[in-house]
Structures are given as C-alpha cells and as structure tokens.
Unconditional design. Structure first.
Length: 273
C-alpha cells in the first residue's frame, strides 16, 4: 500500500510567524513604492504606484506563507477558496460592507481635518494629471485588487491558523491589527481600515474568505457607486466645500452594518457548534 498523505496542519503558524509575514508585506510595499519613486524620479509615491505596492506587498507575504506553512496543500485549499460561503453569510457580508463604506469615508475625512497634512506637490500633480487609464487602474486597484490581496493573506491564511492558538476573537483582533501595519506611513486611514478588518474577520468566521472579500469590496465599491449615481459622498463638494455625512445618515448606515455583523456572529457560532 502507498503511504498516506498526512493531514494538513493548521497550527504551524505562530503569532510571531504572523508578525513576520506582516513585516514581509510591509517590506514588499515599501520596495515597490521606492522602485516606483526611483523610476519616476518623484519624492513621494504617486497614486498608481501606491496601489500596486498595496497589492504586491500582501501577495509576496502570501507566497512566503504558502511555501513555509502550507507546502502540502493546494493554494485554493490553504486559503479556503474552495469552500463556498453560506448564502445568508454572504448576503450579510455584502450588506455590512456596503453599509459601512460611507461612514468610514467620512471618518477618514474627519481624520484629515483633525490632523491636517498637505499633499506633496508631485502627488498633487499626479492626481491632477491622471489620465483615463490611470483612473481605471486606481479604481480597479482600490475596489478589487487591494481588498482581494489583503483578505487572502489576513483572513484567508492568517486568521484560521491563529484561531487554533488564540481563539476566534483573538485571531480576528490579531489579524486586524497586523492588517493595519502597512498604514504606519499614513495613520489617517488607520481607524477605518481597522473597522473593515474586524468586520471582514467576523465575516470570515461566519462564511470563510469569500465572505471577508465581500465585506471589503462592498466597503470600497459603495462610495464609488453612490458618487456615480450623482449623490454627494464625503469629500470636497462642487463649490469647494467639505461634504460630510449627516449624523442621521451616519447612525443609520452604522446601525445597519452593526446588525449585519451581529447576524454574521450568530451564523458563525451556529457553524462552530
């Protein structure tokens, strides 16, 4: 008889190993960003380079993670991509992500108002001169590529393996904190990304990595869709004024997101029982 294939282990990843993977993601991000600066001879990251760096960094760390901690598994199995989420979990994940998108955009805006930071002239010029191709690349990167790369690393790979050591909530919180590590250069986005990371972690608990991707993509896509529909979104208005969500809308959207997150917790507990 042939030798049996040993079962895949999910307890190889330690907290220290997860921290090292997050540092690899940060290193990949910085390397791509610095190369982009050198090639374009700019003092700061231009927007497209920043998006590429935010995609490449997690993917490099993910490659290292798969080779080091899951060599006996296929990629889809190691990341949970071969497991379809329950329909209710996927629906609640979409609702949670869509509902939280505008309030978190408003939170970022308020962080910039609280801690003002002027863009470097080169960055302002890059934003002003961005052509149609650059705008499409930015849109695809922000709405699809960045969420997918981060969710595969932090919720697809890290969180399930950390759960065996830290429990469900310890794993969700640790993966969320490590996810925020790339923002050390731009802390204005830290609170909003942490909220998205926690919501994605709850969705992964209930429905796996695809539910986590649904939360993250939904949070990024909603402001874009609302803007395309002609409605005001948090940010500069047509007359140069700053547009914020009204308190009533902020409470409504946040309440819907909280209710959806609560439903995901219930689903997760039932699946774990």
């Amino acid at each position: 008889m042939g030798a049996e294939t040993p079962p895949a282990k999910t307890d190889r990843l330690t907290v220290g190993g997860a921290v090292l993977l997050a540092l690899i993601a940060i290193s990949g991000f910085m390397t791509v960003g610095l190369l982009g600066q050198m090639l374009k001879r700019q003092a700061m990251f231009d927007p497209v380079t920043g998006v590429v760096a935010l995609v490449v960094g997690p993917l490099v760390a993910l490659f290292v993670a798969l080779v080091r901690y899951a060599p006996e598994q296929g990629t889809a199995a190691a990341l949970g991509l071969d497991r379809a989420p329950p329909g209710a979990a996927l629906l609640l994940a979409v609702v949670a992500g869509a509902a939280v998108g505008l309030p978190l955009d408003d939170l970022v805006l308020r962080m910039f108002e609280l801690f003002p930071r002027k863009l470097a002239p080169a960055t302002e010029a890059a934003l002003a001169e961005a052509g149609a191709v650059s705008e499409v690349a930015l849109l695809v990167g922000l709405v699809l590529a960045i969420p997918l790369a981060h969710e595969l690393l932090y919720r697809g790979f890290m969180q399930p393996r950390l759960t065996t050591r830290l429990g469900v909530w310890g794993a969700i919180g640790t993966a969320a904190l490590l996810h925020c590590g790339e923002l050390f250069m731009n802390p204005h986005y830290l609170p909003s990304v942490f909220v998205i990371a926690v919501l994605s972690g709850i969705a992964a608990y209930a429905g796996g990595v695809w539910a986590a991707v649904a939360v993250h993509v939904g949070s990024q896509a909603t402001p874009v869709l609302v803007s395309l529909a002609g409605w005001l979104v948090p940010g500069p208005g047509e007359a140069g004024e700053v547009v914020h969500l009204t308190p009533a809308w902020a409470v409504l959207f946040s309440g819907v997101a909280a209710l959806a997150a609560g439903g995901l917790v219930v689903i997760g507990r039932r699946r774990a029982a």
